[in-house]
Design a protein around this ligand. Sequence first.
Ligand code: 1CP
Length: 345
Amino acid sequence: MTASDPTKPFLRALNHEAVFPPPVWLMRQAGRYLPEYRETRAEAGSFLDLCYNPKLAAEVTLQPLRRFPLDAAIIFSDILVIPHAMGRDLTFAEGEGPRLTPLEGLPDYDPAAFLAHLQPVYDALSETAKGLPDATSLIGFAGAPWTLACYMLDGRGGTGFPRAVETMRQKPTYFGQLIDRLVEAIVVHLSKQVEAGAEALQVFDSWAGLLEGPEVAQWCLAPLLRITGELARLHPQIPVILFPRQVPQEALVSLAEDGRPAALSLDQDQDRHWAAKTLQPRITPQGNLSPDLLLAGGDALKHDLDDLLTCAASGPWIVNLGHGVIKETPPEHVAALVARVRQHT
Ligand code: 1CP
């Protein structure tokens, strides 16, 4: 399959074609808001056991597609499997999110051991590809260097990553070496996902909003450009979506001009009409409904979606949220959202 595969609306939109109604998928579309996910997770034992079980990971990847006519499936995994595969310990305590031992020095990166650790992710992709409906595309993903460094240095989320911010500011040489190592590992992991069947890739820089002024260019944009540059060389036909969450508009413009990602995923605070005018001529915007509105459902969600669909009528757009589905979201709200996108002609 290539990005111009005429049967797949998601890949057509990534190829900068205006597809209407626009393709739709949701970040965290597989996950705890679905009762069948909670059941499979219990069967697997723990979250990480689920991530490393190819059959069950493929099963939860496909679960949302059985309920909703989505245009893409994102492989069920986590951004933190990269630090884990670099020998960092990783646990997910129930209801508490991830925990890692805070990094000292540089992490190990032995490519053979790294790929052996991550083989279940590639097997899950091949397994998922077998069960995918014909018009649905398969997305592989990774965390961006800055966001992975945040978790590796602080060892947990929810705190604003003070150690990562301080290390980035106080020890730029060391920090640069860490970022270099992560860029290398991320490219290898994404490239293997393509070989296993991923038709598009998304890179999550969820904590890019913590960077200030010139730090955005240095630690978010530059590493992302190195990743898209390497991937364009290795897999020129594979579209890449970048998600630099909460960065200023000029950073998005700079990525659209210099980075040539196929798409930029916008968080819910970005002005979508500005994006339609400024970014859409160059790249495909993706986003940016509020996960809180999806949780609430009803008229406010309908209004916001109708506003978004006006942007999607002016050129290529992929309907998505500005961040992941909140775990208390009723699945019926997701069904209503997808149905309303489909109804639009
Ligand atoms: O309890 C559970 O079952 C675990 C909840 C959960 C899930 C469903 C975690 C723990 N990760 C995932 C899957 C996941 N994570 C996917 C694939 C599923 C899909 O999207 O449908 C993806 C793409 C991710 C990516 C991810 N993990 C990000 C980037 C996107 C984002 O949300 O900003 C981040 C930051 C993580 C770290 C992580 N993993 C899990 C949690 C609870 C967190 C966030 C912790 C924090 O708030 O800092």
